[in-house]
Design a protein around this ligand. Structure first.
Ligand SMILES: [Mg+2]
Length: 355
């Protein structure tokens, strides 16, 4: 994944932001320019200072991509590109307007800095045109704009014929899966989530539960929420599956329970040879608050028992762990178990402290 933000801002702040991504483990970055043709020679100098500032932080063992977002014209691009060569950018993105395909082709043919584009191209034929003219060295379609998964696959295959890699525009699960499904897509773009302006939420808030990069990589699994009905109460919730294979062929599925984004527990479903051996629910469902205690009747050893459950620390995301205190009483009201536990989705529960 590459971290894609680093908008034009005071140099010190830009360097702090770049350092943050570097410390998070990213090895690829994309930054934006702040000035264009109307800003003349002074603007070129300021643009170059931005690139220099980021390179100072991320060094030259990393990939740095430069984004002009259609803000320049051909003449300006030809002027500034020689100033950018020394920073060894992996690409220069959308230097001119998307319809200036001969302009793209001319800049790409210069060979000094590879040209990238395609997020404002909308059809298979448009990409064919770009590829035939060798107008870009990297294709960046956006699955939202080209018509979805099927056109995405077609463009991936077409670009491969021309030896041009595809790195789809923006993150999002459908782009990630298109990337994972195709040899011609070496990596993905990642937009670090931030408070975005109204009207531009699509790339940040469209899906809940998107994977978060760790050390510059994401893990794509089958972690798609499914509708699930609580066996006792009939309450309908979204669950995230975690399959585990137990001993002697016992296959246990652990589900992370989320409710309004809260991670509060697990249910399980153990099968052998397709036959359900046991299933159940560890926590009563519903929206919980941190510090809240609830009493309910659960079953233990085949008997009904009173249980007091207090949430000590609540997970905010589906993969967060939850800390809780668990008090179990026997039939006569005697306290049998009083423990703090940590529950991490997909893992066995671990005891913390015996009271
Ligand atoms: Mg772009």
């Amino acid at each position: 994944m590459y971290a894609s933000k680093l908008y034009s801002q005071p140099i010190k702040d830009l360097q702090i932001e770049a350092e943050k991504y570097l410390n998070e483990g990213f090895k690829m970055f994309k930054m934006r320019f702040g000035w264009g043709p109307k800003d003349g020679a002074e603007g070129i100098k300021k643009n170059v200072e931005l690139v220099n500032a980021v390179r100072e932080v991320v060094g030259y063992e990393t990939d740095l991509m430069l984004e002009a977002y259609m803000g320049w014209d051909l003449e300006y691009s030809k002027k500034i590109i020689p100033e950018l060569i020394k920073f060894k950018p992996k690409w220069l993105e959308e230097p001119v307007i998307p319809d200036d395909i001969p302009g793209y082709a001319e800049l790409n043919a210069m060979g000094d800095v590879p040209i990238a584009g395609g997020e404002h191209e909308f059809s298979y034929l448009g990409f064919k045109h770009l590829l035939e003219l060798k107008a870009v060295s990297f294709i960046q379609y956006d699955a939202n704009r080209v018509g979805g998964i099927t056109p995405g696959h077609k463009i991936n295959t077409l670009a491969e014929k021309y030896g041009v890699p595809v790195i789809p525009h923006a993150g999002q699960m459908h782009n990630y899966h298109l990337t994972m499904a195709h040899n011609n897509c070496p990596f993905s773009e990642f937009f670090p989530v931030h408070q975005v302006e109204i009207g531009n939420e699509l790339f940040y808030y469209l899906f809940k539960g998107e994977p978060e990069p760790k050390n510059g990589f994401i893990n794509l699994d089958d972690n798609t929420p499914e509708d699930w009905e609580h066996p006792n109460t009939g309450e309908k919730i979204k669950v995230y599956k975690r399959t585990r294979k137990g001993q002697s062929g016992l296959k246990t599925q652990l589900f992370t329970i989320t409710n309004d984004g809260q991670c509060i527990g697990r249910v399980w479903d153990s099968r052998r040879g397709g036959r359900v051996i046991k299933n159940g629910c560890k926590f009563p469902l519903g929206v919980w608050k941190e510090g809240e205690t609830r009493t309910f009747i659960g079953s233990s050893g085949g008997k009904s028992r009173k249980i007091e459950l207090k949430i000590l620390k609540l997970g905010k995301k589906q993969k967060d762990s939850v800390k809780f205190n668990w008090k179990l009483y026997d039939g006569s009201g005697k306290l049998m178990d009083n423990n703090d536990y940590t529950f991490s989705p997909g893992k066995a529960m671990s005891g913390l402290k015996d009271h």
